[in-house]
Write a protein that binds this ligand. Structure first.
Ligand code: G6P
Length: 536
């Protein structure tokens, strides 16, 4: 396909850069109804974005010109959309209801997906009711989940979001190769009642294998050798490697499940064990509902498409290179970290699918913190910094059964309002005078108390943080990421950018082991290495 021009979108954005968001409501009386929608139990409000009606139409035209609908069909049809690795990308198959018929590169996959789901369900039931025990016959009371990147962030998000206050199974996570992570996770655990779930798509990730070995040593110190396998579960696309490591049981998934899209698979087994199958099924159902919406809703009322277009408009039209995300729910505190991997590992690319230079900004830097904590930290920059940073507010109406979350969501709404409206220097001046400041004092302080405003945001609202709502929310961002990749014409499903560092780390470890740094090290790295390497 020839490269699509950006002329109209850029021209519309130049125009919109001259206007203020709040004035768009008067200019276009339908703005609120056109820019709000409901999908899979979530409500989205994109009316505080920077686009005018013409700007939105230009963004929509860009999506059509890039054949978002055709590429979406190719994704769901299991074509090799990950073209640098020749793989299908079929995470929607993992959450589709029983009886679906997905194909990966022409091969049927749904029966296998259902079989693994059934296996997870049976195993979880047996473990939770005490039929599946450890080497000494005691029931499992804790699960230690070892994995990193896509084999960690998703399950951790699910657990934090959905865990009961007082869980009957204690779920701990270890990702970092820093031994401190493992040491903290093991505090208070009893080897006899701990199940270790080693999660790695490749089963060759250095951090995960190192931590798995450490866990093995910890278990071996107190358990009979022959029973060790009962305490090790492998979740991987390379089951033979998990068996060779000593896992007594493995749950498999295929290479058409990308690491950062794998939380719908057995990668979340630990969560299934700790939360029960019903909770996980509801989580899958929420995502499947978002899949249906993504497939069926017209582009102009399609939640992932609109979310993607708002970002495209900010990045490509208005040159905004960062986006913040603020979940106003303590239980969603890991969402920013999850989205960082999902979006930046998917779309942080500089070449098009055909290998030519993208020649433009692609994925913005994504960062965030839960609200309202972030307000007391980096929001200063969002309100008054020279750089405009669009933000997504995730608002949960009721976060807790016992207490009202009104103060929480009122803060979210107020932040979005403040970012959009701002405060002029004249207003700041008048306020200072009204509070008793002298004219000279008001002149001096007013510039410091001025807010430029006109800063865009999207608000996503859910009634409660149910498993369904969480599933829908994550699927919403997955499809948004996909649509952006289509419009930027990049492959969202490889991650070559993480490889070089791994190779160099291996070489440095070799240097340390041999005690002889290789001669071709740059002076800075050589000096740091000699400072850090233990003297021989
Ligand atoms: O699941 P694994 O094979 O252990 O991979 C874990 C993670 O490491 C890799 O370096 C990639 O950056 C991630 O996409 C992946 O999720």
């Amino acid at each position: 396909m020839p490269h699509v021009a950006w002329t109209e979108l850029e021209a519309a954005a130049r125009q919109d850069a001259q206007s203020r968001i709040q004035d768009q409501f008067a200019a276009d009386p339908d703005r609120l109804s056109r820019m709000t929608l409901d999908a899979a139990g979530l409500h989205l409000d994109l009316s505080k974005q920077s686009w005018s009606r013409a700007g939105f139409e230009a963004a929509l035209a860009q999506a059509r010109a890039c054949d978002v609908e055709g590429r979406r069909a190719a994704l769901f049809a299991g074509e090799a959309v990950n073209l640098t690795e020749g793989r299908a990308v079929l995470h929607p198959a993992l959450r589709a209801p029983d009886g679906a018929s997905f194909h990966a590169l022409g091969e049927p996959v749904s029966a296998e997906v259902e079989a693994v789901r059934a296996e997870m369900k049976t195993y979880a039931q047996a473990l939770r009711c005490g039929n599946e025990t450890g080497a000494t016959g005691r029931r499992f009371e804790a699960v230690l989940h070892i994995g990193i990147g896509g084999s960690d962030l998703g399950p951790r998000l699910i657990w934090d979001a959905l865990r009961p206050l007082d869980p009957d199974i204690d779920l701990r996570f270890v990702a970092n190769i820093d031994p401190r992570d493992m040491a903290e996770a093991l505090v208070g655990l009893d080897p006899e009642t701990t199940l270790v779930v080693v999660v790695s798509k490749t089963f060759s990730t250095q951090e995960t294998l190192t931590n798995a070995e450490a866990a093995k040593a910890w278990l071996a110190a107190s358990l009979p050798g022959e029973g060790l396998a009962k305490h090790f579960i492998g979740v991987t696309a390379a089951p033979e490697k998990a068996q060779a490591f000593g896992c007594g049981r493995t749950f498999a998934f295929r290479d058409w499940v990308g690491g950062r899209y794998s939380l719908w698979s057995a990668v979340s087994l630990s969560c299934v064990l700790a939360l029960g199958w019903e909770v996980f099924q509801a989580f899958l159902d929420g995502a499947a509902e978002m899949d249906r919406h993504f497939l069926e809703a017209p582009l102009e009322k399609n939640a992932p498409v609109l979310l993607a277009l708002a970002e495209i408009y900010n990045v490509d039209g208005l040159h905004r290179g960062a986006r913040s995300v603020a979940p106003y729910a303590h239980a969603l505190r890991r969402l920013p970290a999850f989205l960082q991997q999902l979006e930046m590992e998917s779309n942080g690319k500089q070449v098009r699918r055909d290998g030519s230079a993208a020649g433009r900004q692609t994925c913005p830097v994504v960062f965030g913190e839960p609200g309202s904590n972030g307000q007391h930290a980096f929001f200063q920059q969002l309100h008054q910094g020279p750089q405009v940073v669009p933000i997504d507010f995730i608002v949960v109406r009721r976060t807790c059964e016992k207490a009202s979350a009104t103060a929480l969501w009122a803060n979210a709404l107020a932040q979005a309002q403040a970012l959009m409206l701002g405060k002029s220097e004249a207003e700041a001046h008048a306020e200072l005078i009204a509070s008793g400041a002298s004219e000279a004092e008001a002149d001096r302080l007013a510039p410091h108390k001025t807010f430029p405003g006109n800063r865009p945001s999207t608000t996503v609202v859910m009634e409660r943080l149910t498993p369904q709502a969480l599933g829908a929310l994550i699927a919403l961002y997955e499809h948004k990421t996909f649509v952006e990749g289509v419009i930027w014409d990049i492959n969202s499903f490889d991650q070559w950018g993480v490889e070089l560092g791994k190779v160099l780390a291996k070489a440095l470890l070799k240097d340390v082991a041999s005690g002889a740094p290789s001669a071709d090290l740059d002076p800075s790295t050589a000096a740091l290495l000699s400072r850090l390497a233990p003297a021989r």
